[in-house]
Design a protein around this ligand. Structure first.
Ligand SMILES: [Zn+2]
Length: 395
């Protein structure tokens, strides 16, 4: 906790944060940095994410999301109550009647995460994780990403005065490469996705760098302090008057899916919400769908897709739990259907990345096979803007 080299206040750890707990085996750990997840589960070859445990009294009021002049808005639901911020969160949430009519349901709401400072939901993770890095005196932040997380981490590290190193694929789209250079991040080119993780692992274990994303194989979710940042999105939509029956969540390794689930579960526990909506992991080819069908979660599920934000070949424990405990599941949306969904969203005024368009297509598929009833309400997580999506600007 010493050797802070950045001027300015040290981020304040939430005094209500009591411990970390494994989302699979329930083992409890002191608040600390365990970037490889639960040590007990990892020792059994089945890595699992940790979550934060907060002391929250039943009946306590929800955090106040009213705009403030600066700083965080999420009260005692996040690990850090202040710290690095670029004004993330409080994104628009609104019903879109034209999309409800297209989908054949009572209402379709959108949560427009593209309105975050660097254009994606990843800013919620970066704000909390980079605050954690600052608070622990880290000098270097390292992550594996070839997309939105890379741009977001680079921006938040710049704001924090921390060095940012991003392990990327060789064919990183030019717009992302330019963003990394602009923010002063260091790019390390790796041949494969797993080679990116090996690089991050080496930097963490040998140099003490602070990891923002997973580097374990079998895969685990991103480190707990960042994933907790996604809880705010669910708290916001409840305060914004949206009470969906179903939520469509573009998913790779399920950081967002788990963060939403944990907040909704806590809202139910504390009496603010009657039940957790069904969370649907929208994926470009079968991964979670195969695991829910009986395949090993530790297996590799390669597949090709232009939905670059949800590509990857691994499944994590946290996404299995979020999908099953919410009563939702996995839904596979191939690229052609994702493009159709993206077009329908654009016709309603929202240009989003391809995997977010897949969320609308997923809702229509679930409506068609009866898993969504015409009387029900759907929320789409529009994870990122479309205007730098290589699948939409290079052809
Ligand atoms: Zn465990």
């Amino acid at each position: 906790m010493s050797d802070i080299h950045v001027s300015g206040p040290v981020p304040s750890l939430n005094p209500a944060l009591r411990a970390l707990q494994c989302v699979t085996c329930g083992e409890v750990y002191p608040v600390s940095d365990l970037p490889e997840g639960c040590p007990a589960c990892a020792s059994r070859g089945r890595p699992s994410s940790l979550e934060a445990v907060y002391e929250a009294a039943p009946g306590a009021p929800l955090p106040d999301f009213a705009p403030k002049s600066h700083g965080y808005r999420w009260g005692h639901w996040m690990p850090y109550l202040d710290g690095v911020t670029l004004g993330e969160g409080a994104t628009p949430c609104l019903p879109v009647p034209a999309l409800a009519a297209l989908t054949g349901v009572a209402s379709v709401w959108i949560k427009n995460e593209g309105a975050n400072p660097t254009g994606s939901h990843k800013d919620r993770m970066s704000a909390q994780a980079v605050s954690r890095a600052l608070a622990t005196g880290a000098r270097d932040v390292v992550l594996a990403s070839s997309g939105n997380a890379a741009v977001s981490a680079a921006a938040y590290c710049a704001a924090a005065g921390l060095a940012c190193e991003v392990a990327t694929y060789r064919d990183l789209p030019a717009v992302f490469d330019a963003a990394l250079r602009h923010y002063g991040a260091r790019r390390v080119i790796c041949a494969t996705g797993h080679a990116r993780w090996e690089h991050v692992r080496r930097r963490v274990r040998e140099d003490g760098a602070f990891a923002l994303t997973n580097y374990s194989l079998p895969a685990v979710g991103s480190p707990v302090f960042g994933v907790e940042g996604y809880r705010a999105a669910a708290l916001e939509w409840v305060q914004q008057g949206c009470l969906p029956d179903h939520v469509m969540v573009p998913t790779a390794r399920g950081d967002l899916l788990w963060g939403l689930y944990s907040a909704l579960r806590d809202l139910v526990r504390l009496g603010h919400l009657a039940r957790v909506p069904k969370l649907w992991a929208v994926e470009p080819f079968p991964r979670l769908a195969r695991v829910l069908g009986g395949a090993s979660q530790q297996a590799d599920f390669p597949g090709a897709t232009q939905q670059f934000s949800t590509a990857g070949s691994t499944v994590t424990a946290q996404q299995v739990h979020a999908a099953t405990r919410s009563g939702g599941g996995a839904i596979v949306v191939e690229d052609a259907a994702a493009r159709a969904g993206t077009g329908q969203l654009a016709a309603a005024g929202f240009w989003v990345e391809l995997c977010a368009g897949a969320g609308l297509a997923a809702a229509q598929m679930l409506r068609a096979d009866g898993r969504i009833d015409p009387s029900e309400t759907v929320l789409l997580m529009l994870t990122a803007r479309g205007d730098r999506d290589p699948a939409q600007i290079t052809n």
